[in-house]
Write a protein that binds this ligand. Structure first.
Ligand SMILES: Nc1ncnc2c1ncn2[C@@H]1O[C@H](COP(=O)(O)OP(=O)(O)OP(=O)(O)O)[C@@H](O)[C@H]1O
Length: 466
């Protein structure tokens, strides 16, 4: 056993960055050989936080090494301290944190791993109180043009909480990774400063806390709890719309935390000034630190995300399949993930390999049957829909009534045909490819904010895809 652990340590030391190795792996100890389990070993973690982290991120690797080392299956138990409790990854219970918001993903609610390794009533450590999802980390966040600024800011804040960027305000459309990013910040802060009190709270839960404090006349406890935080991660602040008491409480909390140089990170679906029903005092404050946007990922990034998600499931996804999925699901990573899950489930249910024809079958409800649609067809459909002439789309007219449908038509050409930017430009009265790129970007960002435009595009897509 000792020989195995020695070799395991060496492998981790070679494979992991020094900081990760020193933080997570070096503190583990192998329990003395005499008490080693039959066909198994016990690893002792100094605390629940390290145990949880190792269990979620490294245990499967230790199991792989052990299988290779012993040429057979070995049971590994992770325990805290002197081996009081022995929850292996398989045995660990998964319980929702108290009041934790059930944040849906395409595949169902995000799993919240609870305090698996402590006896009821035991003192919870900072990690367990944080409500962080251990699986949302910087390591598994794919970076691209759409989020590189937001990620860079997030990394800065994670390494220097309460520093220059306070608050950090992250905004962008639904399912683009805002929640993932703020959990990554929280996880990193706690990993580097286990003594810090970090709390993830969805704006709806903050609202519930305010209501409860009001009903139970327990505002003192409520205030004390929130003001004791070192790092507050507030998700989806647009939910404060019209909730005046919550806004007022949050205004005072915000001032108190910022004054005490405690870090605040906020996410929202729009830019602060565009949030409906939000007190101006808050709007101005949200802009005090740094405001960064996450945009819908471009094609290559969507492909990279799909491959990474598949890899996490132990599957190597072909480029052809990844491009097919990414080409048809453009604006929301959550939907992209859902589509991938559908393909994987379809493949395992039918016992067939994951290939392009299988992906097309599995996703036909999501993306419609893929039929050939020409640029001229798109132009005619768009012109009919907006009640303008097809010739207007080729013309130089720049009035909004013409320019917006023209941009939408260009966007649809990218969406449902495989024509390149220059080809699309040519088909629109010989325009330059940069005009098409600009149109696609404009529509991508407008459709997040403008429900009417988003609705138009949905209808047009339905019509075109048949
Ligand atoms: N760049 C990325 N790399 C890897 N996974 C991503 C990326 N962006 C988003 N995801 C994944 O997409 C899913 C949705 O992301 P998340 O919940 O963070 O979105 P959100 O912006 O908070 O959405 P909402 O506004 O609806 O709350 C998550 O499973 C997340 O891991």
């Amino acid at each position: 056993m000792a020989g195995f652990w020695e070799s395991c340590l060496q492998r981790f030391e070679q494979e992991l960055p020094a900081q990760q190795f020193n933080t997570w792996i070096r503190p583990l100890r192998l329990e003395g050989e005499t008490t080693a389990l039959e066909n198994g070993l016990r690893l002792i973690a100094p605390n629940g936080f390290i145990l949880k982290w190792v269990r979620d991120r490294y245990l499967s690797r230790i199991e792989d090494y052990s299988r290779a080392f012993f040429s057979g299956p070995v049971t590994i138990a992770l325990v805290i301290g002197a081996g009081k409790v022995a929850p292996t990854r398989v045995e660990a219970s998964v319980e929702p944190a108290e009041n934790a918001p059930a944040k849906p993903t395409a595949s169902g609610p995000v799993e919240r791993k609870g305090s698996a390794q402590e006896k009821p009533g035991a003192r919870k450590n900072n990690y367990e109180k944080s409500r962080l999802f251990p699986t949302f980390t910087f390591d598994n966040l794919v970076v691209g043009k759409a989020n590189d600024l937001a990620r860079a800011a997030a990394v800065q804040v994670a390494h220097n909480p309460g520093g220059a960027y306070n608050p950090l305000f992250i905004y962008g459309g639904a399912g683009l990774g805002k929640t993932h990013l703020i959990h990554a910040i929280g996880n990193t802060i706690l990993a580097e400063n286990p003594e810090k009190v970090v709390r993830y709270v969805h704006a709806e839960d903050y609202y519930s806390d305010v209501v409860r404090a009001y009903q139970q006349k327990s505002f003192d406890t409520f205030k004390r709890m929130y003001r004791s935080l070192d790092v507050l991660l507030l998700d989806d602040v647009q939910f404060f719309n019209g909730k005046n008491r919550s806004q007022e409480e949050f205004f005072f909390l915000f001032n108190a935390l910022i004054e005490a140089r405690k870090q605040i990170i906020i996410t929202c679906d729009t830019y602060p000034k565009d949030i409906n029903g939000l007190d101006d005092r808050l709007v101005t404050r949200f802009d005090w630190g740094l405001t960064v946007q996450i945009e819908p990922p471009e094609l290559e990034m969507r492909v990279a995300i799909l491959k990474k998600k598949a890899e996490a499931e132990g599957i190597q996804l072909d480029d052809e399949v990844a491009f097919f999925i990414a080409k048809h699901l453009r604006s929301n990573v959550r939907e992209l993930e859902g589509a991938l899950k559908k393909v994987l489930a379809y493949s395992s249910f039918h016992g067939r390999a994951i290939a392009l024809d299988l992906a097309k079958e599995a996703l036909k409800d999501v993306i419609g049957s893929v039929r050939n649609v020409g640029i001229d067809n798109i132009q005619k459909t768009v012109a009919d829909y907006y009640k303008i002439k097809v010739a207007d789309l080729f013309s130089k007219k720049r009035t909004r009534a013409i320019a917006r449908p023209r941009q939408a038509a260009m966007w649809l050409c990218r969406e449902v045909t495989s024509h390149s930017f220059p080809e699309i430009g040519d088909a629109f009265g010989g325009r330059d490819h940069t005009t098409v790129i600009h149109a696609v970007k404009t529509i991508d960002s407008l459709r997040i904010k403008e429900n009417e435009l988003n609705h138009d595009l949905h209808v047009l897509l339905q019509v075109l895809k048949g």
